[in-house]
Design a binder for this molecule. Structure first.
Ligand code: 6LW
Length: 518
């Protein structure tokens, strides 16, 4: 008997265990930043008009990531009142130094740049906000021998590029003149800087080209932290010439040295589908390994190219989950990676974990411009997915309850349920650009509980009531390529109440049994 098949099996096993499965954090999770405290790696991402802000994901091995908590879950730290779509929190950087975790970010809605910190990332209170009085987006921190250097994009003496200065990270005060570190290679959207030290050099990694299809990463190095930086002539991460590849718009990277001394980069990219360059999931977090060439420059992935499956780090990862959980009825809302818009008033979310129910008290309509609706949203993480939630339609439904596919109040598909004097109706509302189309109300046979479902594939979203499709909408409405405004987020799936109460329950649990009639 030949030993070849056994060798093949072993080879295959090694291959599978050493693959990175991209994106590593799926769904709308742009501008990733990463740090390591010796036990865990932590990643945080941008959240814009959503609150709580800056989810923190953690991993022991860089493969299996879990949601830990939000860094900003208190209006003491951030007030997003009146925030425009895709304004608010831009590009946080997370760093660990000497027992303390720091997060620096920009509030485009008003506060500008600020730092927060905590000594207990799992449960502790974040202190701050400590303002950094300098304009520019994408702030970052670099700790070096007891001091801390701040950089961001910005302008110094009329020159635009990456700027930097020493900072006191405990109070945000800049402690030296702000200098231009580099104007960049292309001088177009030079942003997302992060500094690292390797050998005798400081390395300055940044992005150019803007966050869409021209996005790519450039690196420079210098013996002095404040420059001048010699730029590597070739981008270190760049998919601009890979037309038709599933991964596009690679950029906004951060790097980390792992416990074994190997380097990895996390970065944002979009998963595109179809010829018309469409993507609806938003910018997601990807990872690739980093090698250093003989000239001392880092190389991300295969010479700046990355793949959905690529060699990298040991993993046993299972197939991706096709089912989306709109809400985890068995754990408190505060422990869940669920977003609301602008401000979450906790008194409007009354949870009964024992009975696997949540009562939402809704005020304004969810499509109100810059509103603060009562809604809970979760990121759509796969192109094809389905989900459902139960809704009581008895007298507990004093307002409108429903489910939605949500990009913003300009791009949404909404299924509303109401009970007016015992008459239970559904209505479909569609938002496309500035148009809001409210279809006529349709009466349902009187049932006390409904199962509201959402399905997605690569061409359309479907809304279902008790398993029957009641509406469909084209995916194109949820692709940023079709949006006529800044659109930095991604599609979310969720449920809501407006103008009164709505009680939702776990349609998956045995007690959540639904009559199958309409
Ligand atoms: C972010 C900038 C960018 O601040 O888009 O992709 C902006 N990069 O670096 C918003 O995510």
């Amino acid at each position: 008997m030949s030993i070849a098949p056994a060798a093949d099996v072993v080879y295959h096993w090694i291959e599978v265990r050493n693959m990175i499965h991209n994106p590593i954090i799926r769904g709308f999770n742009p501008d990733p930043s990463i740090c390591f405290d010796g036990d865990y790696y932590y990643i945080t991402t941008s959240t814009f008009e959503y609150f709580p802000a800056c989810p923190i994901y953690r991993s022991r091995d860089l493969c299996d990531w879990e949601f830990l908590r939000f860094a900003i879950d208190d209006t003491r730290l951030l007030d997003l009142k009146g925030c425009r779509n895709s304004s608010g929190i831009y590009a946080p950087t997370i760093r660990y130094n000497d027992g303390r975790y720091y997060l620096v970010t920009t509030d485009k809605n008003g506060m500008g740049n600020f730092i927060i910190h905590t000594d207990d990332i799992a449960k502790g209170r974040w202190e701050g906000p400590f303002h950094v009085r300098h304009d520019g987006i994408d702030p970052s921190l670099f700790f070096d021998g007891g001091r801390c250097f701040y950089c961001s994009n910005g302008v110094v003496d009329g020159e635009r590029g990456i700027i930097g200065a020493w900072v006191n990270p405990e109070n945000g005060r800049l402690e030296s003149d702000v200098r231009l570190l580099t104007p960049g290679l292309s001088h177009h959207a030079t942003e997302a800087p992060h500094i690292y030290r390797r050998g005798g050099f400081f390395y300055l990694l940044f992005s150019e080209g803007g966050t869409e299809y021209g996005h790519h990463c450039v690196i420079g190095r210098s013996r002095n932290i404040d420059g001048p930086y010699e730029l590597c002539s070739k981008p270190v991460l760049d998919h601009r010439d890979r037309k038709g590849h599933a991964i596009q718009a690679t950029g906004h990277a951060d790097m980390i040295k792992n416990a074994d001394g190997r380097w990895f980069a996390v970065f944002l990219a979009i998963r595109m589908f179809g010829k018309p360059l469409l993507h609806n999931l938003g910018r997601e977090t990807f990872m690739a390994d980093v090698s250093w060439n003989d000239s001392g420059w880092p190389v991300i992935g295969n010479g700046g190219f990355v793949e959905l499956e690529m060699p990298g780090i040991a993993t046993d990862k299972e197939d991706v989950e096709k089912k989306t959980t709109l809400f985890d009825f068995s754990s408190p809302l505060s422990d869940q990676n669920r977003e609301s818009l602008r401000i979450r008033r906790l008194e409007n979310y009354v949870q009964d974990i024992g009975n696997r129910r949540i009562k939402l008290h809704g005020g304004c309509g969810i499509t109100e411009e810059r509103g603060e609706p009562t809604m809970l949203l979760t990121r759509q993480t796969e192109f094809e997915t389905e989900t459902s939630i139960g809704l009581e339609t008895d007298q507990s439904l004093t307002g409108i309850g429903g489910v939605c596919v949500w990009y913003s109040n300009k791009y949404a598909l909404i299924l509303e349920i109401s009970n007016r004097n015992g008459s239970v109706c559904y209505r479909i509302v569609r938002c496309v650009h500035d148009l809001v189309h409210k279809e006529r109300r349709i009466r349902l046979k009187s049932v006390e509980r409904l199962c509201l479902g959402i399905k997605a594939d690569k061409s359309k979203y479907s809304m279902l009531i008790n398993g029957r499709t009641v509406a469909e909408a084209s995916i194109a409405n949820f692709c940023t390529e079709g949006c006529m405004e800044n659109s930095f987020t991604g599609t979310m799936l969720g449920f809501f109440a407006q103008n009164g109460d709505a009680v939702f329950f776990d349609s998956e649990s045995p007690s959540g049994h639904i009559e199958k009639t309409l």
